[in-house]
Design a protein around this ligand. Structure first.
Ligand code: ADP
Ligand code: MG
Ligand code: MG
Length: 882
């Protein structure tokens, strides 16, 4: 089979769709050459050769002949010969894998130079300085990349030489200076390798090819691939290409450009160049690069002349290339170019990396210009990246004094005064102060404080810790597990590396970077209108899945509606029970020994609960609202602090000791599998009765007030046995009809269950007989299918992932193989026994793009996710439908 593919002005064998075989660089060099763009001729040795080389250390048969032939073609196209002392061809040897791995593998320029050919080059270019400058660069790069000599050895020698001769810039060195340095460089090579610098170009070439193939397996590259999910067996290609020179004088240059601005997406040519320079000089930051356009020059108030001014005709050519590449690739390109004595050469093009904002702007502009379709635009923006656009972010221009780092648990930025307890957070925020809640870790009791806070910091915990999950759910920025922080709740302060932050001191957190910063860093607000709205409108037209939100507070509900939620898919009523105005009544109810004892406090809670629902129904008017009846183990509500015990004792007319004893009795060994969910409804029906009454009265209230109908969907949690649902459905229907009769109105409603236990999925057909809907509660379903507690997974999950036992965290992305089977079974069996059954998913997975793809495949009707995930889910659902 063919192993070497030529490219150049007359005859190109590769194409851009051959990137697997030719690597991205090789495939696009071929494509550009075919488009008639000025690409220096060369050839690509395929990735298949790399695989062979990695396995055997050698090369497949016939490779040397193919390389020799391809090289001969380059020689005749350029009109120079490799190794010819009078008229030498020089080449670059460049790596290029199928997936871009920036800075991971290496390139050698000016290969083919030796003590003889350098003189030929000098004569040919009529520029001795240029030739020796190129030769010393070659020895440096070859020494570093191929011979493994630390590049600082060469740099130090160069610096020392400059110092001794009173030079500041490399450009000040003369041909004789470079000659002297070349002698030193060759000595360094001999000292380091025990052999003289290789003079035979043929040998140089193969050593370089070897080194590039070898670099595929270097530690850096292997790690990079693991982190970015690039298969280890792909291999890199090697590109050998005739050199063009940007360092032959002031009519030469080298540069990089983006066909549009990669940070804003503006349709402006954006780039930098250096006159009289070669290759990596622009990126290396040796000299300050100059802008391409006069527009950019003015915008950035730069003193340096633009390419447009200094080389207008080259600029015009480059501008044409920009047009050609964009209309051909139909996407923003990132290009490399070199100008040799006034002639432009193209050395690379690839799809340019961009910020989320730029991705959106470019996609929308390209649709407006008729370059791509709406559905192509929708496919081009990564759903997860939208997150960057939804939260305020730190002003990138501002300075930041980072005092601690943790995990980027929930994106966005926030500033406020540090507080160390949830209560204090609530107090200060009610007084109008922005606060950042800093805890060693958080628990469900901190919810009110997390809500009150602008941002959350924890010293312990991972990406799926309570703080992280709740913060993401609430759209609060969060830095989790900032291990250097010592939080002293008693003294109201925290200490980091000797710095003390007291309550009231202002800090800023960057949840996307995982940084805790001293003082207030200014933020910039997100922009949800304009392009964002246009783009999301396209996504909405394409998607089939509905998108609802998980919300229980008016604020979350409002945010979600702004973000495009079509109803509430999960309202967790227990969060309402933690509110400060009723927690005592809730505790009193739980601690009561009898139904009688519970009825009193329940009666006090009912109007508050009713008001909660009135608020939600108003905001969600016209949309369905799924309300889950009380779910968590009662012990979660128990008083722990002495002060709380006293308060409850007083309210309930008990002694503190009685309260303590009763609390002890309610303590469970395994609360997650304990007295919770529908089991509460079965044993204490008066709780569910109160909730259902509150819901239907609220629905009647809002219908009377606004004339808008709401659609309550009552969800019974943790059903494992059909009988449980049968009984509780009976309860709901009975209370609902009582209220409706009482209020003289009809309210359309549904009763359904959360499928969150494996048994429920397996017996979905029986359960569906009593249900109008199923909502897959994939958080608990994952916990119960794996037998892993989400709250305790952090201690072993990282090991499981690094050993490849689990490729992703199943609490973040649905385990489609296992848990997914249960979902499929539940959906199929449920529909079979009850064709009218409606199906959705709630839980963290409802906002995860991969999991949403799975939901589309399983033909669910909707996903429900936290408010800040709603736009992500809308886009992911559209992509899943395309
Ligand atoms: P990377 O993938 O790190 O960008 P490249 O192979 O693209 O590495 O090359 C590094 C630098 O050398 C780039 O600036 C590129 O434009 C330049 N370069 C590569 N080949 C040539 C060549 N044949 N002539 C002139 N410059 C070249
Ligand atoms: Mg490059
Ligand atoms: Mg559950």
């Amino acid at each position: 089979t063919k192993q070497v593919y030529s490219f150049g002005p007359d005859g190109t064998e590769g194409r851009s769709d051959m990137r697997e075989l030719l690597g991205g660089k090789g495939a696009n060099l071929a494509e550009m050459a075919s488009l008639g763009l000025p690409v220096p001729p060369g050839f690509t040795i395929s990735t298949a050769v790399c695989a062979h080389h990695t396995e055997t250390g050698g090369y497949p048969e016939g490779l040397t002949d193919e390389v020799r032939e391809a090289l001969a073609k380059v020689e005749s196209r350029v009109g120079a010969r490799f190794g010819d002392p009078k008229n030498p061809l020089l080449v670059s040897v460049r790596s290029g894998a199928p997936a871009s791995m920036p800075g991971m593998m290496d390139t050698v320029l000016n290969l083919g130079l030796n003590d003889e050919t350098v003189r030929g080059l000098a004569d040919k270019a009529q520029d001795e300085r240029f030739a020796y400058d190129s030769y010393r660069r070659f020895i440096q790069m070859f020494g570093d990349v191929v011979l493994g000599i630390d590049h600082s050895r060469f740099e130090e020698a160069l610096e020392l030489y400059k110092e001794e001769h009173g030079y500041n810039l490399d450009t000040e060195l003369t041909a004789d200076d470079w000659k002297a340095l070349i002698e030193q460089f060759k000595q360094i090579v001999e000292d380091e390798t025990g052999e003289p610098f290789p003079q035979d170009p043929e040998q140089q070439l193969w050593k370089a090819i070897n080194a590039v193939f070898g670099s595929w397996m270097n530690q850096r590259a292997v790690t990079y691939r693991r982190l970015h999910n690039i298969p280890q067996n792909w291999g890199t290609a090697v590109n050998v290409q005739a050199m063009v020179f940007g360092n032959m004088g002031d009519d030469c240059a080298t540069g990089v450009a983006f066909t549009r601005d990669p940070s804003t997406g503006d349709n402006e040519f954006y780039g930098e160049f250096l006159p009289n320079a070669q290759g990596e000089d622009v990126v290396a930051g040796i000299r300050t690069p100059q802008p391409l356009t006069t527009h950019a020059k003015q915008k950035n108030d730069s003193d340096l002349p633009a390419l447009e001014e200094t080389m207008p005709s080259v600029y015009r050519q480059l501008h044409d290339v920009r047009q050609k590449l964009e209309s051909h690739y139909r996407d923003m390109q990132d290009i490399e170019f070199t100008v040799q004595r006034g002639t432009l050469y193209m050395l690379q093009t690839r799809t340019g990396k961009r910020t989320a904002r730029a991705a959106l702007t470019i996609a929308v502009d390209m649709v407006k210009d008729g370059i791509i379709t709406e559905s192509e635009a929708v496919e081009r923006v990564s759903p997860a990246s939208l997150d960057q656009l939804l939260h305020p972010t730190l002003d990138p221009e501002a300075e930041r004094e980072v005092i601690a780092r943790g995990l980027p648990a929930s994106p966005g930025a926030a500033a406020g005064v540090a507080v160390f307890t949830a209560d204090r957070a609530e107090e200060l925020s009610q007084a109008g102060t922005d606060v950042i809640l800093c805890r060693t870790e958080t628990s469900p009791e901190d919810i009110h404080g997390m809500h009150a806070a602008k941002g959350i910091v924890t010293a312990r915990g991972g990406m799926t810790s309570h703080a992280a999950v709740v913060a993401r759910g609430m759209g609060r920025p969060c830095v989790a597990g900032a291990g250097q922080l010592r939080i002293d709740e008693q003294q109201r302060r925290m200490i980091v590396d000797g710095v003390t932050v007291k309550e009231g001191d202002t800090i800023t957190i960057d949840g996307a970077a995982g940084e805790v910063i001293r003082g207030k860093v200014p933020t910039v607000k997100p922009e949800l209108s304009g392009e964002f709205a246009t783009f999301m409108g396209w996504a909405d037209r394409l998607r089939e899945l509905g998108v609802r939100t998980n919300a229980e507070t008016p604020q979350d509900a409002r945010t979600a509606v702004e973000f495009g939620a079509q109803g509430i898919g999960l309202c967790r009523t227990e969060h309402m029970f933690f509110e400060s105005d009723r927690i005592t009544a809730v505790r009193e109810m739980i601690l009561a020994e009898s139904e009688e004892g519970r009825r009193g406090p329940l009666a006090r809670i009912e109007p508050m609960q009713r008001q909660d629902f009135v608020d939600l129904f108003r905001i969600m008017a016209g949309f369905p609202v799924t309300i889950r009846l009380l779910d968590p183990p009662l012990h979660e509500f128990l008083p722990r602090e002495d002060a709380d015990m006293h308060e409850v004792a007083q309210a309930a007319g008990m002694t503190v000791d009685q309260v303590r004893a009763r609390a002890l009795k309610l303590t469970e060994a395994n609360p997650m599998l304990g007295h919770r969910g529908c089991r509460l409804g079965i044993t204490y029906p008066e709780i569910y009765e109160m909730q259902v009454r509150a819901i239907f009265n609220a629905a009647a209230d809002v219908a009377e007030e606004t004339g808008e109908t709401v659609e309550p969907e009552i969800m019974i949690p943790l059903v494992a046995v059909a009988k449980e649902l049968e009984i509780l459905r009976g309860l709901v229907d009975r209370v609902a009809s009582e209220v409706m009769k009482d209020r003289g109105t009809r309210i359309a409603y549904k009763v359904g269950t959360m499928i969150e236990l494996p048994r429920a999925a397996m017996l979905a057909d029986a359960i569906a007989k009593h249900a109008d809907f199923f909502s897959f509660g994939t958080n608990d379903l994952t916990q119960t299918a794996f037998g892993i507690s989400r709250d305790d997974a952090a201690s072993f999950m990282p090991t499981y992932q690094s050993q490849g036992i689990l490729s992703t965290d199943p609490f973040i992305s649905l385990d489609q193989d296992g848990v997914g089977k249960l979902v499929e079974m539940g959906a199929r069996e449920g529909r079979r026994s009850n064709p009218a059954l409606s199906l959705g998913i709630c839980g963290e997975h409802g906002g995860d793009p991969d999991s949403i793809g799975f939901c589309q495949g399983t033909e669910l009707e909707y996903v429900s996710c936290s408010p800040y995930r709603v736009p992500i889910a809308r886009l992911a659902a559209a992509q899943a439908a395309i």
